[in-house]
Design a protein around this ligand. Structure first.
Ligand SMILES: *[C@@H]1O[C@H](CO)[C@@H](O)[C@H](O)[C@H]1NC(C)=O
Ligand SMILES: *[C@@H]1O[C@H](CO)[C@@H](O)[C@H](O)[C@H]1NC(C)=O
Ligand SMILES: *[C@@H]1O[C@H](CO)[C@@H](O)[C@H](O)[C@H]1NC(C)=O
Ligand SMILES: *[C@@H]1O[C@H](CO)[C@@H](O)[C@H](O)[C@H]1NC(C)=O
Ligand SMILES: *[C@@H]1O[C@H](CO)[C@@H](O)[C@H](O)[C@H]1NC(C)=O
Ligand SMILES: *[C@@H]1O[C@H](CO)[C@@H](O)[C@H](O)[C@H]1NC(C)=O
Ligand SMILES: *[C@@H]1O[C@H](CO)[C@@H](O)[C@H](O)[C@H]1NC(C)=O
Ligand SMILES: *[C@@H]1O[C@H](CO)[C@@H](O)[C@H](O)[C@H]1NC(C)=O
Ligand SMILES: *[C@@H]1O[C@H](CO)[C@@H](O)[C@H](O)[C@H]1NC(C)=O
Length: 454
């Protein structure tokens, strides 16, 4: 195998960084390489499912509750009407073809299913027991027209009326697996799983790529959830413009292992605590072996502040083995979400407890947007919201601005406020002169690309 390295045409001033980062050869370079490295892995199960069941359901989308369905390679299934599949019981879908939604944006805004959380729309709904989707197929949200027409708008803007559907929505799923599928060009979030238990995504690819430079994909998170228990995400390739992974209210026992995230907003817990008076929590989460390139943040916890918010907690979350290149903050606790200024945040601080959070073995480098500050942990100033046992272990993320033009060394800093006890490393308050000076030492790096690009 050819040697792998990051190609960074860095200026002389930051040249040292370019040689400090290496992506191991086993990390895939693109989607084809990802597929080759992580082939869909369950042919035995597939064969058993198909041989024991009867067959030619492929031209109809009205499924019996118990079924095996085959979508052959090179077949295209266009869906132009909302579809309710919430009655499933022991259904296996061998999905090698393509399922694509029409892009009749006015029709879908009028007729799609709706979920009250953040004003979501859905093309279809899946629910039931023992449902497995697997194969080399494509689930295509046909998002381009949606992104073009949405350009300039904000999903969380209270006056936004341009609502876009989620590509895959599940509710009341028990024992669900998606394996090998390419989820492509979702108009909005890619997966949204609600009130479900024992859910797994394996060897899935998720991309949202626009051909229009003034209308980039927005809010195309790979994964969101409400009320989920026992969730596994393994070996997933994501190239979208929003969160790579972001369980929202009420997630318990979550394990993410091996994710590649390019151009995303990071691995995010939440946002949480958005709705007035509502309790929400995320607990018992391990996210490990993650490669994050060219995105916004790395590992992030985001909780709402403001006059009408909820309350709850984030407890026992481990982010481990994170390699990052060209992201803003490599670790970020944001207790002033969403879009509020510091005085409003101080007047109405978040009511979420944040406890037992570990950031371990973080390597790589930031984008330089925040100068030599490589992480920022801002806990709530609310005396009733505890923020404790936040720990950094083996954290060596560098800033590309750490060596200034004069060749002077400026070590990366971590900003922290409101944490009870230390974090196991030096960290300084945002209001300190040292933090202010660090934030001013901005610099930039080119896109992190992997060599060879294939
Ligand atoms: C949830 O799914 C189970 C079967 O797994 C079903 O018995 C139950 O009625 C469903 N609940 C709702 C609220 O749909
Ligand atoms: C690209 O997006 C812009 C909105 O920013 C839209 O006005 C324009 O029509 C789109 N271009 C094409 C070729 O669809
Ligand atoms: C990674 O993301 C950047 C920024 O969005 C994009 O320009 C680049 O093409 C992406 N690379 C891959 C391999 O998808
Ligand atoms: C989360 O759990 C709490 C406590 O059980 C409950 O009050 C709240 O409604 C749940 N949130 C959602 C979004 O279901
Ligand atoms: C923290 O969460 C992990 C992952 O679910 C779990 O294995 C571990 O037992 C939890 N630790 C505590 C103290 O509950
Ligand atoms: C937050 O922590 C405090 C102190 O341990 C506790 O009294 C309170 O119940 C916690 N709040 C939630 C929502 O768990
Ligand atoms: C630290 O993380 C990197 C990848 O980000 C991994 O290659 C390395 O094995 C990890 N170290 C340990 C001791 O697990
Ligand atoms: C902060 O936002 C609030 C609410 O939008 C506004 O009333 C206030 O003037 C803002 N304060 C500053 C310092 O910008
Ligand atoms: C942390 O660093 C120590 C000392 O360099 C090393 O022995 C250990 O394997 C590292 N652990 C992790 C999880 O990176």
């Amino acid at each position: 195998m050819r040697p792998s390295s990051i190609l960074l045409a860095l200026s002389a001033a930051v040249g040292a960084i370019a040689h400090q980062v290496e992506v191991p050869a086993e990390v895939p370079r693109n989607i084809e390489d990802f597929k080759a490295k992580h082939p869909t892995s369950d042919p035995r199960n597939a064969a058993r499912g198909l041989s024991s069941r009867s067959g030619p359901l492929r031209t109809r989308w009205t499924m019996p509750t118990t079924a095996a369905l085959y979508l052959p390679k090179d077949s295209l299934y266009m869906i132009g009407k909302p579809l309710d599949l919430t009655f499933l019981d022991d259904v296996q879908i061998h999905w090698d073809g393509e399922v694509k939604f029409t892009n009749d944006t006015p029709y879908w805004q009028e007729h799609a299913f709706a979920h009250p959380f953040q004003n979501s729309l859905m093309f279809w709904k899946w629910g039931g027991r023992d449902v497995k989707i697997y194969g080399d197929g494509v689930l295509n949200g046909n998002g381009q027209r949606w992104w073009n027409e949405f350009a300039g708008l904000e999903i969380l803007d209270p006056t936004n009326t341009y609502l876009r559907p989620i590509l895959f929505y599940g509710e009341n799923l028990t024992n669900f697996e998606m394996e090998g599928i390419h989820e492509k060009d979702s108009p909005c979030w890619t997966n949204f799983i609600v009130t479900s238990k024992n859910v797994a995504f394996r060897d899935v690819m998720c991309t949202a790529e626009s051909n229009n430079a003034t209308a980039l994909p927005k809010n195309s998170d790979f994964f969101d959830s409400l009320n989920i228990e026992d969730l596994t995400v393994e070996r997933v390739w994501v190239n979208v413009g929003d969160d790579c992974f972001s369980p929202k209210s009420n997630a318990t026992n979550v394990h993410v292992d091996t994710m590649y995230c390019n151009g995303t907003h990071g691995q995010s817990m939440g946002s949480l605590g958005q709705y007035a008076g509502e309790m929400s929590f995320v607990q018992d989460v391990v996210i490990e072996n993650v490669w994050l390139l060219n995105g916004q943040h790395g590992a992030r916890l985001k909780t709402w502040a403001g006059p009408d918010i909820g309350y709850g907690f984030i407890d026992n979350v481990t982010f481990r083995n994170f390699w990052q290149a060209n992201n803003e903050y490599s670790a970020f606790i944001d207790s002033c979400y969403f879009n509020i200024n510091s005085s409003t945040c101080a007047d109405y601080p978040s009511k979420m407890n944040i406890t037992n959070i570990l950031f371990e073995n973080f390597t790589g480098y930031t984008s330089g947007k925040y100068g030599t500050a490589v992480a920022k942990l801002t806990c709530s100033t609310n005396p009733d919201a505890v923020c404790e046992n936040i720990e950094f272990r083996n954290f060596t993320v560098k800033s590309p601005c750490a060596t200034d033009a004069e060749g002077e060394d400026a070590k990366p800093i971590i900003i922290c406020d409101g944490i009870k006890g230390g974090i196991g490393m030096d960290c300084i308050p945002a209001a300190s002169d040292e933090a202010k000076a660090a934030l001013k030492k901005k610099c930039s790096v080119p896109l992190a690309e992997i060599d060879p690009p294939f």
